[in-house]
Design a protein around this ligand. Structure first.
Ligand SMILES: NC(=O)c1ccc[n+]([C@@H]2O[C@H](COP(=O)([O-])OP(=O)(O)OC[C@H]3O[C@@H](n4cnc5c(N)ncnc54)[C@H](OP(=O)(O)O)[C@@H]3O)[C@@H](O)[C@H]2O)c1
Length: 254
């Protein structure tokens, strides 16, 4: 089976392409540096020839409100129309747990538009809602700076390892479309401010964390369970401590 992974050179995409190949699938990584640009349509008709499945794990290079909306709207429209023309039978897209509860954020308004276009298209689909990746914890600090301090709310979340995201997305992409949303998450719940503090400490990053009930996540106010998946989410196996040990080992080896 041929699967085209849009964003196949990114964090999730590169892991996903490897996992699909390990399972005997023909997986093609598509991204601007492999000659495929979903914003302009360049290379899409060629790469989708003979593909049964499109897996969109791309991300906008620019998270400013108008740019991110243009990215997800234009690239999703292009992917769906080129996909329909190529006879794609399953469109899989990676999005975020709680997206529908985060419309105060420009980034999440763009993800809502992406999901709506997929739901309204003629191609059978599965949307995967993942929780925050452990790999994104430092990035979460970076987007939460107020002056020289990191302001984060003391709310729950259930982050997961990118490797577990790729495993789950791979299984879903190789399976049948459900024409709905599947939630995936990590095996443990944490408080956002506390786990980002632990991650920064592991990196010897001296930035101070302020637990701030008014702190915004990507521009949106969070309540206690905004970021938490519901009870029937599929859970990854990797704990935060196991991931920290693995990533420290990988950093030493590099
Ligand atoms: N971060 C989180 O905690 C989190 C949680 C849940 C879900 N998600 C979702 O996961 C998805 C993937 O995130 P990620 O962190 O793996 O992304 P990433 O590492 O930033 O990778 C983004 C990929 O998109 C590609 N891309 C950029 N512009 C493109 C274009 N015009 N045409 C085709 N491909 C393009 C990039 O290619 P180049 O490298 O060549 O530019 C790269 O392969 C996102 O949709 C995000 O919403 C993220």
């Amino acid at each position: 089976m041929k699967l085209v992974v849009i964003g196949g050179t990114g964090l999730i995409g590169s892991k996903l392409v490897n996992k699909l190949r390990e399972h005997g699938h023909e997986a093609v990584a598509a991204a601007p540096n492999t000659g495929v640009n979903t914003l302009t349509g360049e290379g899409l008709a060629e790469v989708l020839k003979g593909a049964s499945v499109v897996v969109d794990v791309s991300n906008s290079p620019n998270w400013e409100d108008a740019a991110v909306l243009n990215f997800f709207e234009t690239s999703t429209r292009n992917l769906l129309s080129y996909g329909a023309a190529a006879g794609v039978r399953h469109h899989v897209a990676l999005s975020v747990v709680g997206t529908d509860r985060l419309s105060e954020s420009g980034y999440f308004r763009a993800k809502i538009v992406q999901e709506k276009l997929i739901q309204e298209s003629s191609i059978p689909y599965t949307i995967v809602h993942a929780t925050q990746f452990f790999e994104f914890l430092k990035g979460l600090a970076d987007i939460s700076m107020v002056g020289d301090k990191v302001h984060l709310p003391h709310v729950l979340f259930q982050p997961m390892a990118a490797d577990d995201v790729a495993t789950a997305v791979g299984r879903i992409a190789a399976g049948q479309p459900i024409n709905g949303i599947v939630e995936i998450g990590g095996p443990e719940e944490f408080r956002v401010d506390e786990l980002v503090q632990r991650r920064l400490a592991s990196l010897k990053d001296p930035r101070e964390i302020i637990a701030d009930p008014n702190a915004l996540y990507s521009g949106a106010k969070l309540s206690e369970r905004t970021l938490v998946p519901d009870n029937n989410a599929r859970l990854g196996e990797t704990t935060f401590e196991a991931w920290l040990t693995q990533s420290a080992g990988a950093a030493r080896a590099a």
